[in-house]
Ligand binder design. Structure first.
Ligand code: ATP
Ligand code: MG
Length: 364
């Protein structure tokens, strides 16, 4: 079944609410699926393509509008092999490893070699949460995209930002601009801007987010920790991330306990947070403060932490100075924080709490 058909079926079954903006995007995904599945795109000779591959799709819009849901419907229902759906942070982590490897094996050609490796596993690449915040990523992306599109890889992406707003105000942004040009050249850009934030729309909250900070909140947090682990205090432990050791203050029955400062004041990065989200099904975070403009670095790490936990369906139990929407109000990064606030709400719902933990399987 094709994406638009599948979408209509889910609406008919009342599993989804009908939404005009989503219909438009699902129709575009349907058209792309049809093109991708049309045989005869490859030339008779095999080594030279007869026609360029179809344009990919870049879906951007505010949080909770169904971008990832629609991309997943497309991904699951399109008959293209090989295909790969990946969270953008994970993809870039793999890219950095491959680039480092090829820089030694074939200096000067590391980006092209990396792209070849990606092509072996994916004629279709679906990126969830395309975002560029890291200078190391920004500096690689223009050349990488050039090589990916050159290899005829079709890309579908979701993002909270229009391509032209990617890496806005980033250091050396001019070096990133060609990546934006390539996106616009090879992908159709669609705005998914329906009126409903579905993530907020459903569902009552369970008790995993305790606010404001108080002895009572800490007591409630301790009680959840005890229920979860059967112990008042976990054992100190550590986690190996890219050859480094990350300290885990308390570990018990697959759950880990940290303070906000241990996670977000310490200079941890996306890899650390993904490793945490892979290793533990539940993470307790005590004392999330108000994230003011002076705490922009802490706020940025916190955003990355929540993205990682959400991506792996790891559960968060925390005490915080304010409800999600009031944690971070102004300053650099407050735009990114909207998604985080929306997720923090969803992560309290029985539906989210009922999901199973999805760690990334280690590649052997
Ligand atoms: N039409 C709909 N009817 C009911 N639920 C929906 C609908 N569209 C999306 N949802 C649900 O709303 C939640 C948020 O959707 P989704 O994760 O796809 O949003 P998103 O646009 O990717 O948000 P973000 O920018 O935060 O990644 C999901 O649980 C999804 O299944
Ligand atoms: Mg999404």
């Amino acid at each position: 079944m094709h994406p638009a058909e599948r979408y209509r079926a889910l609406v008919a079954e009342k599993k989804l609410t009908g939404d005009r903006a989503q219909e438009r995007v699902s129709a575009a995904l349907e058209a792309l699926a049809t093109k991708l599945e049309t045989p005869g795109r490859k030339s008779l000779f095999g080594f030279r393509r007869a026609a360029p591959p179809p344009r990919g799709l870049y879906i951007h819009g505010p949080v909770g509008r169904g971008k990832s849901m629609l991309m997943d419907l497309f991904y699951e229902n399109v008959a293209v092999v090989p295909k790969r759906r990946v969270h953008f942070h994970d993809f870039m982590a793999d890219v950095h490893v491959a680039v480092k490897h090829w820089r030694q094996e074939d200096p000067g050609n590391e980006i092209v070699r990396t792209a070849e490796g990606i092509r072996t596993n994916a004629a279709l690449l679906c990126f969830d949460e395309f975002q560029v915040q890291d200078i190391a990523d920004a500096m690689i992306l223009a050349r990488l995209f050039e090589a990916l599109f050159e290899a005829d890889i079709v890309v579908v992406a979701t993002s909270n930002r229009h391509p032209r707003a990617l890496y806005e105000n980033g250091i050396n942004r001019q070096l990133f601009l060609p990546a934006i040009g390539l996106i616009e050249k090879h992908m159709d850009v669609m705005h998914l801007d329906g009126p409903i934030d579905y993530r907020l729309a459903h569902l009552e909250r369970a008790r995993v987010y305790f606010t404001p900070l108080s002895a009572e909140a800490t007591g409630a947090l301790d009680a959840v920790w005890h229920d979860l682990t059967g112990t008042a205090k976990g054992e100190p432990s550590e986690l190996e991330v890219l050859g480094r050791k990350l300290k885990v203050p308390e570990l018990a029955r697959g759950a880990a306990r940290f303070t906000f400062d241990e996670l977000c004041v310490a200079a941890l990065g996306p890899q650390d947070f993904l490793a945490i989200a892979d290793a533990f099904h539940a993470i307790v975070v005590k004392d999330i403060p108000l994230l003011t403009a002076e705490k922009r670095n802490e706020a940025k790490r916190f955003v990355t932490l929540i993205d990682a936990l959400y991506e792996r369906s790891a559960k968060l139990i925390c005490t915080a100075a304010a409800p999600p929407a009031d944690l971070y109000r102004a300053g650099d990064g407050s735009f990114e924080f909207e998604r985080t606030a929306s997720r923090l709400v969803e992560m309290q719902t029985p539906e989210y709490l009922g999901r199973s933990h999805k760690p990334k399987l280690k590649e052997t």
